[in-house]
Design a protein. Structure first.
Length: 337
């Protein structure tokens, strides 16, 4: 089954914020956010054990318990096991995300891309999510932003372990699709260059956005489209930078990024376009993109995302971005701009 055929709609829910990303989110607020997503019609929920050391999965499991299981799609990730023992959250080595989930659970996180750990991780996620199946499994963060110069070694571990295990589970019908869930395009390029195994698509966070899309556009999207695979775009607002936030890629935005945001916003204001609409609709204009999954930790954000998706954006806005050099010349734009 093609990845695009799995999703009930183009708008999904990224659950990273529910892992107490950057702040301690009250249980009632987390639950209200998931309920708002459900009531809005969102039926795709992307998870990961890393998000709060299992906290996001637990919260999603509680919130979706009792919902008709055939009506929604779950994805989660492998590559990290969550143990019962606790650790000092400030001593974790999580690459560029070192401080992101310090408000999550203190359970010890162990990186392991072996076949056995992959199967164990899925079993643990099933329990936390309170479900009997997971449709899509992404291999999480086998890239430079977490492993630096060692990333190729971790990729090889995943190739011999997680990739083959997931390929088998997909062929056996246990899961419906698998791929990489990463913040860098190089790992996707490497996997696409292998004769086997055969992924179904990729979750690419932050690399196909209005602020940063050149490399993915040139090196990944054409191959994905030609092979009938699909891309799920994570982080469409570039860690909030696109919509006025202070961070880009989990760190303070650089002057160059802030300048680009300001230039886009000037054009958006001139045409009466919200920045959220610009971000979501840009990502979805690429035919390789199967879904986009902004994260949310407040119910109001769900309504904003839906409004952004449905907003009527004049084609003149996209043409103005192109003329100003703010999007790549070859990037597909809505309305054929």
């Amino acid at each position: 089954m093609a990845l695009q055929d799995l999703f009930p709609g183009k708008l999904g829910f990224g659950t990273a914020p529910l892992g107490n990303m950057f702040r301690d989110i009250p249980e009632a607020e987390a639950r209200a956010t998931v309920d708002a997503a459900w009531n809005d019609g969102i039926r795709y929920f992307d998870n990961a054990p890393l998000y709060g050391a299992g906290l996001a999965e637990i919260r999603i499991g509680e919130a979706l318990a009792g919902r008709p299981r055939d009506e929604y799609v779950i994805s989660t990730k492998v590559g990290r096991l969550i143990l019962d023992e606790v650790e000092d959250v400030n001593a974790r080595d999580l690459g560029e995300k070192g401080e992101v989930f310090k408000h999550g659970r203190p359970n010890k996180i162990v990186n392991d891309y072996s076949a056995d750990a992959t199967l164990r991780s899925i079993e643990d996620s099933l329990k936390r999510l309170k479900t009997d199946r997971i449709e899509i499994v992404w291999v999480h963060d086998v890239a430079q932003d977490f492993y630096g110069d060692e990333w190729l070694g971790e990729f090889e571990n995943a190739r011999k372990g997680a990739f083959r295990a997931l390929d088998r589970l997909r062929d056996e019908g246990v899961i419906q699709a698998w791929g990489l869930g990463v913040n860098r395009v190089e790992a996707i390029e490497l996997l696409l260059g292998l004769e086997e195994p055969r992924p179904d698509g990729f979750l690419l966070a932050g690399r196909y956005t209005l602020l940063d899309h050149d490399r993915a556009l040139q090196r990944v999207m054409p191959q994905v489209l030609a092979r009938g695979l699909g891309i799920v775009v994570g982080g469409p607002y570039s860690s909030g930078a696109l919509v006025g936030g202070p961070n880009f890629e989990y760190a303070p935005a650089t002057p160059a990024i802030l300048d680009k945001v300001a230039r886009i916003k000037t054009i958006a204001d001139r045409h009466g376009v919200t920045m959220k609409a610009a971000g979501l609709q840009f990502a979805l204009a690429n035919p390789a993109v199967a879904a986009v999954i902004p994260g949310a930790s407040q119910p109001s954000r769900i309504a904003e995302d839906r409004a952004a998706l449905n907003e009527v954006v004049p084609v003149e806005f996209w043409r103005a971005l192109r003329e100003a050099g703010l999007v790549h010349p070859d990037a597909p734009l809505p309305g054929g701009a």
